[in-house]
Design a protein. Structure first.
Length: 309
């Protein structure tokens, strides 16, 4: 599991103040020992490393320095790492302080209450990994596949992070949706502010903004209608005017069945439809076929859309 820069610095500060648990102390000291054995990574010049090392050393409590004298090499390496916007690979127990749990959905939605009071709504065909109890410094879950909407309980002392295939979404307390498909990941903010990071880029998002990541292009930001990504779990939904492209997003999130358009020009066509509590995908398709001029057929979890004859 990945521990990013802010989480690492928070743990380091806690260690310097002598407030880490036995397990956290052991992990930090093992990390220091490993740096001593392997040598520092040349992330900065020697001159800059010495400047950063001096600043960190001055901040260490005198008693702590006497009790736990670290090597010059290890602390310079720590200064380099702390100063750069890099990601550190850390044992999973650093983030997941207790037993990891997993929830998987099949053809239906599900929801989950996390130990901090946050709520996660999971689309069909979604897998989420989370700890039974969050640690003292951070709250981290992993979206392995599918889509999930997060209502995060506010906690300034413990940032909430969602990791998905190398992309980290970090918040203090807000609402947002994360979707992971085969070749892309998108993060859509319904309220508040989030930070989305890959190894090369970082983006800040506010409500009605979406970050889209692909390996070919990287991270891009765009404006969207966040309601499409935040209302899909509601019992009843009424759309007075919605494009077929937007409806495809809703159907994918609610039922796990996106549209496949025979003619791409159909994407901008608008329809009016209500999706009620208890209705399954076949019932919604039947309704659309009756009230619109389009023909929808479901096959292998994909809804094929064409013009009616």
């Amino acid at each position: 599991m990945i521990l990013n820069r802010e989480e690492f610095l928070a743990l380091l500060e806690k260690y310097q103040l002598g407030k880490t648990s036995d397990g956290e102390t052991k992990r930090i000291e093992q990390f220091f020992d490993q740096l001593q054995q392997n040598g520092p990574t040349p992330l900065l010049s020697n001159k800059k490393q010495k400047q950063l090392f001096g600043g960190i050393e001055k901040k260490l409590p005198e008693l702590q320095r006497k009790k736990q004298r670290r090597s010059h090499i290890a602390l310079m390496a720590m200064a380099s790492i702390a100063a750069c916007l890099c990601l550190l690979f850390w044992p999973s127990s650093t983030t997941f302080n207790s037993e990891n749990l997993s929830i998987k959905t099949s053809m239906t939605q599900d929801s989950l209450k996390l130990s901090d009071g946050s709520t996660v709504y999971l689309s069909p065909y979604t897998t989420l990994i989370y700890p039974q109890q969050f640690g003292d410094n951070s709250r981290t879950v992993e979206l392995k596949k599918g889509s999930a909407f997060f209502k995060v309980a506010h906690d300034e002392d413990r940032p909430f992070s969602v990791i998905s295939d190398g992309i980290t979404t970090r918040v203090l307390g807000t609402t947002f949706n994360v979707s992971k498909q085969d070749s892309s990941i998108n993060i859509t903010v319904a309220s508040g502010k989030v930070m989305v990071s890959s190894k090369q880029q970082s983006l800040s998002l506010i409500a009605n903004e979406q970050a889209l990541f692909t390996k070919e292009i990287g991270l891009n930001k765009q404006r969207v209608n966040a309601q499409l990504y935040s209302n899909w779990m509601n019992q009843n939904m009424d759309y007075g005017s919605i494009t077929l492209s937007e409806l495809s997003t809703v159907m994918k999130l609610r039922f796990g069945t996106p549209f496949q358009f025979q003619d791409t020009s159909l994407k901008s066509s608008k329809v009016r439809v209500s999706i009620l509590k208890g209705e399954n995908v076949e019932q919604v398709i039947s309704k659309l076929n009756y009230i619109t001029k389009y023909n929808l057929k479901i096959n292998s979890n994909v809804i094929k859309v064409s013009k009616s004859n």
